[in-house]
Design a protein around this ligand. Structure first.
Ligand code: PEP
Ligand code: MN
Length: 353
């Protein structure tokens, strides 16, 4: 289903892409106002703050709820900024609209749940408000598109997507791995849908925000959502990934915005795609070597030889055939697997020393 879209028309600060900035959570009136005033002073035009916070485990700060909504109204009155918050239920929608929130977003956990998504979409029937949909926690493009379709089906035309990365079992550099190929594919399928990058939730740490913002711009993304707090270390949620308004302003002032970037066809996008796949290839090779070392230990403990010729030829023939089916020259695949095998043998030999 094609989406029936209208432009988001969000205000941007000067030459920059549009930026939604503000704390992870609205903690106290003072923190909300203080952060908003500092951001407004730096030219930011759209203020975010979480009113209802989805937490992985009970016991954390789950947001102030309705009590914090008048603070958002005050932000609007005193700074002129637009306000934005996350909604996950029909009640959240009703309250957010009652307190004049200008922009709603759907959190990653909600996008992943079709029942919750439909309930939010139903609550938005007949309302004209821009809505941004975060990617689901799991790397499932169809689920992301499905959530957008549900909202569009309810009549929401000012729609956009937020790329906030994907959960992975192994925690590595990023809190949520970016998997850039997924928003790139979303853009290929829906070229008119604006995509906003959320470097805060991708990285989970403030030192990675600047390079991620640059990467998002180089890929031609339309805007950014960044968490900013007047006193980041004291934040009640996501402290390690928040930056002060001043630091955020500095990060954005360093951004290089290149002309004519498009998420699907710029050279840099294609190169990023290659880099990403190469990273995955290396991770997979490392995993393969790990298993190979386990096999090496087994062979050693059971007095077997390291090179088992029959198995080796089988692998080469099978992989060459698999490669041909995917349009890769069989000889090339053989060469690659010969090299991999050589390294496997070397690693198994090391166990014998
Ligand atoms: C947030 O924006 O603070 C948030 C909870 O994000 P996500 O839904 O991406 O985890
Ligand atoms: Mn957060």
């Amino acid at each position: 289903m094609e989406l029936d879209l209208q432009p988001l028309n969000l205000p941007s600060n000067s030459e920059r892409p549009f930026v939604i900035a503000g704390p992870c959570s609205a903690e106290t009136e003072e923190q909300v106002m203080n952060t908003a005033k500092q951001l407004a002073g730096k030219g930011f035009r759209i203020y975010r703050a979480g009113i209802w916070k989805p937490r992985t485990k009970p016991g954390g700060f789950e947001g102030n709820g309705e009590k914090a909504l008048p603070w958002m109204q005050q932000v609007k009155q005193e700074t002129g900024m637009m306000t934005a918050t996350e909604v996950a239920t029909a009640e959240h929608v009703e309250l957010a609209l009652k307190y004049d929130i200008d922009l709603l977003w759907i959190g990653a956990r909600t996008t992943a749940n079709p029942f919750a998504m439909q309930a939010v979409a139903d609550a938005l029937k007949g309302v004209d408000v821009p809505v941004l949909v975060k990617n689901p926690v799991n790397p499932d493009l169809e689920l992301w598109i499905g959530a957008l379709q549900r909202l569009n089906g309810a009549g929401i035309k000012r729609l956009g997507a937020i790329h906030r990365g994907f959960t992975s079992y192994e925690k590595k550099l990023y809190r949520n791995i970016p998997m850039w190929q997924i928003p790139i594919e979303l853009h290929r399928r829906m070229p008119n849908l604006p995509i906003v990058n959320d470097p805060s939730h991708i990285s989970g740490r403030r030192d990675l925000i600047a390079p991620l913002c640059q990467q998002a711009m180089d890929l031609g993304m339309d805007g950014l959502m960044v968490e900013s707090h007047c006193d980041p270390d004291k934040a009640w949620s996501d402290a390690s990934q928040q930056v002060t308004p001043e630091v955020l302003d500095y990060i954005l002032s360093m951004l290089i915005i290149r002309e004519n970037m498009d998420l699907t066809n710029s050279l840099s996008t294609l190169r990023k795609g290659i880099d990403e796949i190469d990273n995955e290839l290396i991770d997979l090779l490392a995993k393969r070597m790990g298993i190979s070392r386990e096999i090496g230990a087994y062979k050693r403990d059971n007095g077997m030889t390291i090179v088992q010729t029959k198995r080796y030829s089988e692998i080469l023939d099978k992989r060459a055939a698999q490669g041909s089916l995917k349009g890769i020259d069989a000889e090339c695949i053989k060469k690659i697997f010969e090299s991999i095998h050589e390294e496997s043998v070397r690693q198994q030999m090391e166990l014998l020393r």
